[in-house]
Ligand binder design. Structure first.
Ligand code: DI6
Ligand code: FE
Length: 401
């Protein structure tokens, strides 16, 4: 079905720039963009539908490329403790932190996990998200990681959003492997990853490279197995300390290295050479009251692509709005609104291995877009959350909620 969308301005985000077309029109056929350009040059055709977008600004659908949307319970109690002076690391050492979410996630049924995650995901969708990445990592054994990944898949079938499922079995050490981190890594490599991949539940493999999680050597063993299975890798790196996980990720041509507050210029050089995207997570930076800023100048200087994501998770970033993250990327990391928007569109798509089909509005790409009733694209990074009037189109179909 050929559809014409007109009376709008478009920030196409091609090559990660606004690349604005004023008084634009777009032709979609089925789920794809067939043509986009100035309205005066729109092809004449027998359109099945013509939509008047009433002067809206159209952008690609937002892409949240790093979330832990599926989890049991929540940790607002720990939030209170931290405000009384207890650190994230201290809470983790006492069996709280990730371990408490692991207990709650293991105790929850698949349907319970689905129901709680669906609410959080709907909140992201109301904010203009059309693609989301969801990680496992609170199950930490085969049955419970499978349960989380199945929920991620089901969310993608039930809601109008494309879901990429990432296996983060190497997120934390499960209690039954206490003091046996190498054995747990071996279990991930020999049992969990091969089984979950064979079941078609895994689009990418992630790990947490940190002194309170897994060492670069342990991460590398996981990466080697991912590579054998033909799965792309990503890494939580340099969030709390500098172990050069981001350079390791680059050596394995990772799609992305994420967090990165403590990365060095050499890490940036390695990432740029490998095309590994830097995913910055201002929600976690803010929520942990981190003071070490990611090295924006080094990232820019070496041409590393920068994505922005919510890191939606119960411990360090209970963030339900990607637009709020855009604002925080600007205010906290001094990114421009254009860089921030590129970070939640084209560069986020690249961080998910979807850069050729998603993330910008160009002929041949998937017709995922949002028509916002705003004055200019910078409004998207300007308002602090809330709801903006808009229409959301996914795969060429209006899915506005
Ligand atoms: N870094 C984070 O910020 C989250 N995971 C990670 O590796 C925190 C997850 C949690 O605290 O539940
Ligand atoms: Fe994370």
């Amino acid at each position: 079905m050929k559809t014409l969308w007109q009376h709008c301005h478009v920030a196409t985000m091609a090559q990660g720039k606004y690349s604005i077309i004023e008084d634009a029109a777009m032709v979609t056929v089925g789920s794809l963009i067939e043509w986009i350009g100035p309205r005066s040059q729109a092809p004449t055709a027998d359109y099945a539908q013509v939509h008047d977008l009433q002067g809206a600004w159209v952008t690609p659908g937002l892409i949240d490329c790093h979330t832990h949307t599926v989890f049991g319970g929540n940790r607002s109690g720990e939030f209170e403790q931290r405000l009384e002076g207890v650190s994230y690391a201290e809470i983790a050492a006492k069996g709280g932190g990730i371990a408490s979410t692991v207990r709650a996630t293991r105790a929850a049924t698949e349907d319970e996990l689905f129901a709680s995650a669906e609410k959080r995901l709907r909140s992201l969708l109301r904010d203009g998200v059309t693609t989301v990445e969801i990680k496992s990592g609170y199950g930490l054994d085969l049955a419970n990681e499978r349960k989380m990944l199945r929920v991620a898949r089901r969310l993608g079938e039930a809601l109008p959003v494309s879901v990429r499922a990432t296996c983060l079995a190497a997120h934390a050490l499960p209690p039954e492997y206490k003091d046996r981190a190498d054995d747990y890594i071996e279990h991930i490599c020999n049992e969990m990853l091969p089984a979950l991949a064979a079941e078609g539940l895994v689009d990418a493999v992630d790990a947490f490279c940190e002194y309170l999680a897994f060492s670069p050597e342990q991460v590398e063993r996981v990466f080697k197995v991912a590579q054998q299975l033909g799965l792309p890798v990503k890494l939580h790196a340099e969030q709390l300390s500098s172990l050069h996980g981001s350079s390791l990720a680059a050596r394995y041509h990772a799609l992305s290295a994420d967090h990165l507050e403590f990365m060095t210029e050499d890490d940036a050089i390695a990432m740029a050479a490998a095309g590994t995207v830097a995913v910055l997570l201002p929600g976690a930076f803010y929520f942990l009251r981190e003071t070490q800023l990611p090295p924006m100048e080094a990232l820019r200087k070496h041409g590393v692509k920068i994505a922005i994501a919510s890191d939606l998770n119960p411990g360090t970033s209970p963030a339900l709005s990607v637009r709020l993250m855009l604002n925080m990327a600007c205010t906290l990391f001094r990114m421009t609104p254009e860089e921030a928007l590129a970070g939640a569109t084209q560069h986020a798509a690249t961080a998910l291995g979807m850069g050729d089909t998603h993330g910008s509005l160009e002929a041949g790409k998937v017709a995922d877009f949002v028509a916002w009733q705003i004055d200019r694209p910078a409004d998207l990074a300007y308002w602090l959350g809330g709801e903006l009037e808009k229409r959301v189109v996914r795969h060429g179909v209006d899915v506005t909620v």
